[in-house]
Each structure stands twice: as structure tokens, then as C-alpha cells.
Design a protein around this ligand. Structure first.
Ligand code: PMP
Length: 397
């Protein structure tokens, strides 16, 4: 027997919270843990643009035969368009290659596996703080994870000097994980001058940027949110991107993302792509089609694309409204501490600064579930649950 040697795995800090939430019998409980968009009625609806694309697919799809290892070709091209825009040099110079992969997570894992299998690089630098799963994914692929300074709790802003100081320790060939936009969990992104500095640092030190791009369109807009990536891509010879459409197309359970590699020239990109495909082949052979076909259908049809952009704008604007209402309601509940920094954060999350004890009390006494780091999913707030949330926070402060 071998299975009796297996030790119990700890619950995932984010998904484990959802399990605890489901088991909670309280009627007024609120889940602000996992990053899932909810509309004003607390639902996570299928976007209209997605439904229309699915209808189209139902009528036109003729086969469920296997896709190629790299997935739907039209999808991969559309991904490059979203990432780099239509006239970026990496595309005209054919230096970018893209393979469909299962969600942002699968894309990050394939990127990391590819690096470990094919290069001498073994270190990835991630921000302090970062999405909890980054450590798991990179360590599982065989990378050593090191941290660079990022968030300054006192100013609720980036400690850019600390970031640069930590990265002095980085060596040529190390991966540098960068959140393309809507930094998870802090909601604080690099500004364009800081992107410039980071791009130059990567060039000077030979660091390989690895963009995690899971929230394109949730910050300032589809094009605006890609500015950092496009700038870095115009300066460095090599980079990787793992992007996800879980959030911006609401395709969470379709597991749809992509890994994109930019190399110094077309020939190197092609060679690297053969190895990305080989990594995929030994992991899951080839990806599922549905999510990729939905995204390709929407992005390839002017009307559907327009509708999708409108729906994305609605999601982005609702979250921004909730940020403002959150700050206002906290103040109405008598909270004197200044939470105005929350309005300046980007994306689905707000980094509240609440400590572990306060987070535990929110859950146990008030049925308000947030991640232990103090990260609150603003996307789960509605006008209906705002008073409950803010009253509970006021009590634990
Ligand atoms: N990166 C970040 C920063 C994320 O927040 C998430 C999702 N929470 C992902 C990657 C993974 O996305 P997916 O669900 O598509 O695997």
C-alpha cells in the first residue's frame, strides 16, 4: 500500500474560503474572497456577446475532432492582437508565437515548464505581495521563487525603490513576473515611467519579463491596460506572456488563456514554439475548443467585439462605482480611518490593510469572507450588501 503515506494537503487559501462560505448557513453572508465578477444583483452572468457567439458556433460547428497542440489558430492570432495591438513591431517582425492554454494558470504553468525544460534559468522573481498561486505554480514547475519589494503598507502605494533594490540581486536569465495590469492583490500598478525603468532594467541585467495578464480591460480599458506590456515588448529582446480570459470574457469555467513567447527573431521564436508545443503535448496533449472558439468568434466579428467591449466597460465601471460607494459607506458607518486609497486601486481587488485577526472576525462574527491577506474582491460588492460589509468592517477595526 502506498496511499496511506499521503499527508493531507492544506486547503487552498482562496478556493478553500469558498468551500467554507458555501457551508455557512447565515442568510446575510457575503463572499468577497475569490475574484469573480458579480453584477448588481449578485449574479455572475454569461455575457451577451458570449451567448451570441455560442449560438453562432452551435449552428456552424461541424466537428469535435482534436485541435492541434497549440489550439485554435484564429484564436492565437486574436490573442496577439489584444496583447500587442495591430501595429507592434513584435508582430510585424514575426517574433511572437502564441499557444492556446487552459486559463491563466495553465498558461503560467506551461511558460514555466518550457523555461525549466529548455533553458538554464531556474529563478523567478515575484512581487511581495502577489497572487497566492504563483508560488505553487512556479515551484511545481521546478523554479525557485524569490520576492521583490512592491507594496508599501504605510503609503498604500508601490515602493518602487524597494523593487529596484531587490532586483539588484537578480541575475541574467532570471524570470521577472510582472502583473500586466490590476495587480493582484494590491490593485496598484506601475505607471508608465516605472514601466520604462523596468524595461531598461530587464535589458541591462538580461532579465526575462514574464507577464501575468489576467485582467486586461478591468483597469482603464483594453488598449490602456496593455501599455506596460507593449512598452516593455518594444525594448526587450525576449519575453513571455500568460494571459487569461476568465475575467474579461467571464469564461471562468471554460479555462481559456494563452502562452505567448517573444524571441529576438522569427527563427528563434519558431524553434522555441516547437518546445512549447512539446511541453503541452506531454501535459494535456491539446486544449479544449469551446472557450477559444467563443473568443475568436467575438474578436473576429466587428459587432460582437463592440458588444463585448461595452459589456467589459460596464463591468469595469460598476467595480469603480463600488469602490467609491465602499469608501463612502465606511465613513457613514463611523469609520475614521482614511480608506480613500481604495478608490485609486485598479481591477477587481481592494487591498484593505485589514490584518489576519480582523479578517477572521469578519468571517466568524459577521459572515463576511475575505482573503487572509486583507484582499477584498470589490467585484463581489453590490448596493444591497454594502451596508452589511461596511458595518462588519467598522466593528472589527
Ligand atoms: N493570474 C492572476 C493574477 C489571477 O488573479 C488569476 C485568477 N485569479 C490567474 C492568473 C488565473 O486565472 P485563470 O482562472 O484563468 O487560471
Amino acid at each position: 500500500m502506498i496511499f496511506n503515506q499521503v499527508v493531507l494537503a492544506p486547503a487552498d487559501p482562496i478556493l478553500g474560503l469558498t468551500d467554507a462560505f458555501k457551508a455557512d448557513p447565515r442568510a446575510d453572508k457575503v463572499n468577497l474572497g475569490v475574484g469573480i465578477y458579480k453584477d448588481e444583483s449578485g449574479q455572475t452572468p454569461i455575457l451577451k456577446s458570449v451567448k451570441l457567439a455560442e449560438q453562432k458556433l452551435l449552428e456552424t460547428e461541424t466537428s469535435k475532432s482534436y485541435l492541434g497542440i497549440d489550439g485554435v489558430i484564429a484564436y492565437n492570432q486574436a490573442v496577439q492582437g489584444l496583447l500587442f495591438g495591430t501595429d507592434h513591431a513584435v508582430m510585424s517582425e514575426k517574433r511572437a508565437v502564441t499557444a492556446q492554454a487552459p486559463g491563466g494558470t495553465g498558461s503560467l504553468r506551461m511558460a514555466a515548464e518550457f523555461v525549466v525544460r529548455n533553458t538554464a534559468s531556474r529563478t523567478v522573481w515575484v512581487s511581495n505581495l502577489t497572487w497566492a498561486n504563483h508560488n505553487n505554480i512556479f515551484q511545481s514547475a521546478g523554479l525557485t521563487v524569490k520576492q521583490y519589494g512592491y507594496y508599501d503598507a504605510a503609503s498604500h502605494d508601490i515602493d518602487f525603490d524597494a523593487m529596484l533594490t531587490s532586483l539588484e540581486q537578480a541575475n541574467s536569465g532570471d524570470l521577472l513576473l510582472l502583473h500586466g495590469c490590476c495587480h493582484n492583490p494590491t490593485g496598484i500598478d506601475l505607471n508608465i515611467c516605472q514601466w520604462e525603468v523596468i524595461a531598461q532594467l530587464c535589458v541591462d541585467k538580461g532579465l526575462i519579463p514574464l507577464f501575468d495578464f489576467a485582467y486586461q480591460g478591468f483597469g482603464a480599458g483594453v488598449e490602456e491596460d496593455a501599455q506596460g506590456l507593449r512598452l516593455v515588448a518594444s525594448k526587450v529582446p525576449e519575453l513571455l506572456v500568460a494571459n487569461s480570459f476568465s475575467k474579461n470574457f467571464g469564461l471562468y469555467n471554460e479555462r481559456i488563456g494563452a502562452v505567448t513567447l517573444v524571441a529576438e527573431d522569427e527563427e528563434t521564436a519558431k524553434r522555441a514554439f516547437s518546445q512549447i508545443k512539446s511541453t503541452i503535448r506531454s501535459s494535456y496533449s491539446n486544449p479544449p475548443a469551446h472557450g477559444a472558439l467563443i473568443v475568436a468568434t467575438i474578436l473576429g466579428d466587428a459587432e460582437l467585439r463592440k458588444l463585448w467591449e461595452e459589456e467589459l466597460t460596464q463591468m469595469r465601471e460598476r467595480i469603480a462605482e463600488m469602490r467609491v460607494l465602499f469608501v463612502k459607506t465606511l465613513s457613514e458607518q463611523g469609520v475614521e480611518q482614511d480608506f480613500s486609497f481604495i478608490s485609486a486601486q485598479n481591477g477587481m481587488f481592494s487591498f484593505s490593510g485589514l490584518n489576519k485577526d480582523q479578517v477572521a472576525r469578519l468571517k466568524e462574527e459577521f459572515g463576511v469572507y475575505i482573503v487572509g491577506s486583507g484582499r477584498i474582491s470589490v467585484a463581489g460588492m453590490t448596493r444591497a450588501n454594502m451596508d452589511t460589509i461596511c458595518r462588519a468592517i467598522a466593528q472589527v477595526l
